[in-house]
Design a protein around this ligand. Structure first.
Ligand code: NAD
Ligand code: UDP
Ligand code: UDP
Length: 343
């Protein structure tokens, strides 16, 4: 075996994307919980390329090894299969806490687990941050505003959430996550950053993600009916994933400790959005209205004044550019899954 391993290593040296060299003073050990998921894996790429040491902790509920496989074996990279509901003892300088299902069908699949992840999981992350004195950024969500009665939503709005509805496991879970963060900040002097993330899309979204961007693109690519839930007059504002990553990096680096909205303020009705995607993909899909989702927020658009002022951040990628990238990603994914089925 040793002989075989040696000859394999000699014949196929592993190649990696190029990373910057950082000396030990500037290089950080950064934990990314949920780093094998959609957003987390893009954050991994950014921070690896900057030259940091990255530790991903993920239970692979919705994440995939494939999202980070291009780093497996790199000396700056570690992937740990671990459920954040259980304590975690490692030594790190910074934490990006993203572990949580994010799409409604995923977080509603096991609501109790969603609550545990966002409460017990966040307590473990904050306990770890306290012990090692790490700075921690919590991935919160626009869902803390619920079905908002203030439009667009500034960070000062307290929200309008049904505490016992089907979305509550996620919405209230994230609200507790925020409460925990500020309790640990006040009582234990943990340095926290809270990002309230609005709808984000891009390559590496899961094929079965179930959120509107992946559903509509896949339906259009397969010439299937595009399913609008309800009358399609509800709105969302879509942000491309690279803009979100830039915002999270800026927030972590800043001194600002209050919650910050990270999202793209260009608002769309879901009905319009179906037509935009149909047009960009081409094809013969029909757009059809089906049963509305219970407690579906009717309007959502971030007020990003705070992010502009405090972080000097605003989204850069236009919707059409981001959607074309995402469509091309899903086209490849479909071809890949067809190849698997043939074999
Ligand atoms: P995702 O489902 O692709 O990623 C979540 C990751 O967390 C997955 O890799 C999953 O396996 C992992 N995970 C879930 N439960 C875990 C547990 N108990 N222990 C360890 N790992 C666990 O979703 P995403 O879109 O990348 O979202 C990432 C974060 O950003 C989430 O916290 C989500 O709530 C937040 N967020 C995302 C959006 C968005 O539009 N993408 C919007 C608002 C907030
Ligand atoms: N914790 C952890 N890793 C650490 C330190 C703490 O997972 O490095 C967990 C610990 O198991 C505890 C939680 O974080 O359940 C909260 O920690 P804290 O110190 O606030 O609470 P305590 O240990 O005093 O109950
Ligand atoms: N939606 C839809 N068809 C789908 C999936 C979602 O019309 O196939 C709607 C959904 O009802 C909501 C919006 O699109 O109004 C965004 O849904 P998503 O699940 O992407 O995220 P949310 O913002 O609700 O968490």
């Amino acid at each position: 075996l040793e002989e075989q391993v040696r000859s394999l290593q000699a014949s196929t040296p592993r190649k990696y994307p190029k990373v910057k060299y950082l000396n030990y003073k500037n290089r950080k050990r950064i934990l990314i919980t949920g780093g094998a998921g959609f957003v987390g894996s893009h954050l991994v790429d950014y921070l690896m390329i900057q030259g940091h040491e990255i530790i991903v902790v993920d239970n692979f509920f919705t994440g995939r090894k494939r999202n980070v496989e291009h780093w497996l074996g790199h000396e700056n990279f570690e992937l740990i299969h671990h459920d954040i509901v259980n304590p975690l003892f490692i030594e790190i300088d910074e934490i990006y806490h993203l572990a949580s299902p994010a799409s409604p069908p995923h977080y509603m699949y096991n609501p109790v687990k969603t609550i545990k992840t966002n409460t017990m999981g966040t307590i473990n992350v904050l306990g770890l941050a306290k012990r090692v004195m790490a700075k921690v950024l919590i991935a919160s969500t626009s869902e803390v505003y619920g079905d908002p009665q203030v439009h667009p939503q500034p960070e000062t709005y307290w929200g309008h959430v049904n505490p016992i509805g089907p979305r509550a496991c996620y919405d209230e879970g994230k609200r507790v996550s925020e409460t925990l963060s500020y309790a640990y900040a006040k009582q234990e002097k943990v340095q926290v950053r809270v990002a309230r993330i609005f709808n984000t899309y891009g390559p590496r979204m899961h094929m079965n993600d179930g959120r509107v961007v992946s559903n509509f693109i896949l339906q259009a690519l397969r010439n299937e009916t595009i399913t609008v839930y309800g009358n399609g007059k509800q709105t969302r504002s879509f942000q491309y994933v690279s803009d979100l990553v830039d915002g999270m990096i800026a927030l972590m680096a800043s001194n600002y400790t209050q919650p910050v909205n990270l999202g793209n303020p260009v608002e769309q009705t879901i009905g319009e959005f179906a037509n935009i995607i149909k047009h960009l993909v081409g094809g013969q899909s029909e757009v059809k209205q089906i049963k509305a989702m219970e407690d579906d927020p009717q309007r959502r658009k971030p007020d990003i004044t705070r992010a502009k002022q405090r972080l000097n951040w605003e989204p850069k990628v236009p919707l059409e550019t981001g959607l074309l990238q995402t469509i091309s990603y899903f086209r490849n994914e479909l071809a890949r899954s067809d190849r698997f089925q043939e074999n």
